[in-house]
Design a protein around this ligand. Structure first.
Ligand code: ATR
Length: 298
């Protein structure tokens, strides 16, 4: 059982700004890691309506919060209130972690480093790899940024909506002029020819996420080559149909929980200056996922 933090007059506070935040795994994940290290810290959900982002940030400062995570739909909206932005936040156009120090807000995007660390943990080094990224939303932007930074040989973005995919590629290509970044439509035909051209496929669409667990971005009649590594950012369910089919085909698979845990761990380090137990964070998420509360989010 995760320990409940005992709040004292000296407790340092962090939280999660989003709308809604009721189903977030982050409070359990961070509070378990604080408890394991014996830190007098607490992480609280902070539901913030879309019109209240500016007041919420003022409130964070006024209430001496050390920082916050930011989730849907505020990752872009908080940017303009940051005094400084990391490269990852500026280039991806999204902030998921805020650190409030000496009267200043610093904005980071720890999704990108969290994604890379989750690959590393699965013994997958994207340097020199040819990668296909399915999707072109916020998660895909963090993934493409991370892959370009890590020296992927080529990155192909495949998206249902062409304009959005082409926009992402144009935007990130400007930040990484030496990377090979291309866009293709997400169709059965384009997936069918990937086997000879990529080493790693990442699902960064929301397809297959609870409650639509029967869906997959990869059509059932298109084979999944065993020589490709398949990674899904969806972690609810932990094994999506996309990953189950890849595993059945003999391919290596990487689930989405690693990215959630590692983005959280990196934020934790920014705030506390200490390294949390990845295992404790993962176990806290797993017990929430298994608790029967199917509707969860970061
Ligand atoms: P996130 O911040 O989690 O990335 P998002 O910005 O809403 O979420 O992006 C969702 C991604 O999933 C988009 O790439 C979206 O494709 P479109 O740009 O065409 O909307 C993709 N997506 C969602 N539902 C999809 C579906 N049924 N088939 C294919 N792609 C889908």
């Amino acid at each position: 059982m995760p320990k409940t933090p005992s709040i004292t007059g000296k407790t340092s506070l962090v939280g999660l700004i989003g709308w809604p935040v009721a189903h977030s795994l982050s409070p359990s994940m961070h509070n378990a890691a604080f408890a394991e290290l014996g830190l007098d810290w607490a992480y609280v959900p902070l539901p913030v309506r879309p019109d209240d982002v500016a007041q919420a940030l003022k409130g964070l400062a006024a209430l001496s919060f050390v920082g916050a995570n930011v989730t849907v739909p505020h990752k872009q909206a908080v940017m303009r209130y940051m005094d400084e932005l990391s490269d990852s936040a500026r280039i991806t156009g999204a902030v998921n972690t805020i650190h409030y120090q000496n009267g200043k807000f610093s904005g980071y995007n720890t999704d990108a480093i969290g994604f890379l660390n989750s690959l590393k943990e699965a013994n997958c080094d994207p340097q020199g790899m040819r990668v296909a990224v399915l999707g072109a939303g916020g998660a895909a932007r963090a993934v493409v940024f991370a892959l370009a930074r890590a020296g992927a040989d080529s990155i192909t973005v495949l998206n249902r909506t062409a304009e959005r995919g082409a926009f992402l590629v144009g935007d990130l290509a400007a930040a990484f002029p030496n990377s090979s970044l291309t866009f293709e439509a997400l169709t059965p035909e384009s997936l069918a020819v990937l086997d000879s051209t990529v080493d790693l496929v990442i699902n960064s669409t929301s397809v297959g996420m609870y409650p639509h667990v029967e869906a997959s971005p990869w059509p059932a009649d298109v084979s999944m080559p065993a020589n490709i590594i398949f990674c899904d950012l969806v972690y609810n369910p932990l094994e999506t149909v996309f990953l189950a089919r890849a595993r059945a085909a003999g391919a290596k698979t990487i689930d989405g929980l690693g990215m959630l845990v590692h983005q959280g761990a990196y934020a934790f380090e920014k705030w506390t200056g200490q390294s949390p137990s990845i295992d404790v964070m993962r176990q806290a998420c797993l017990s929430k996922l298994k608790s029967g509360n199917k509707q969860v989010s970061d």
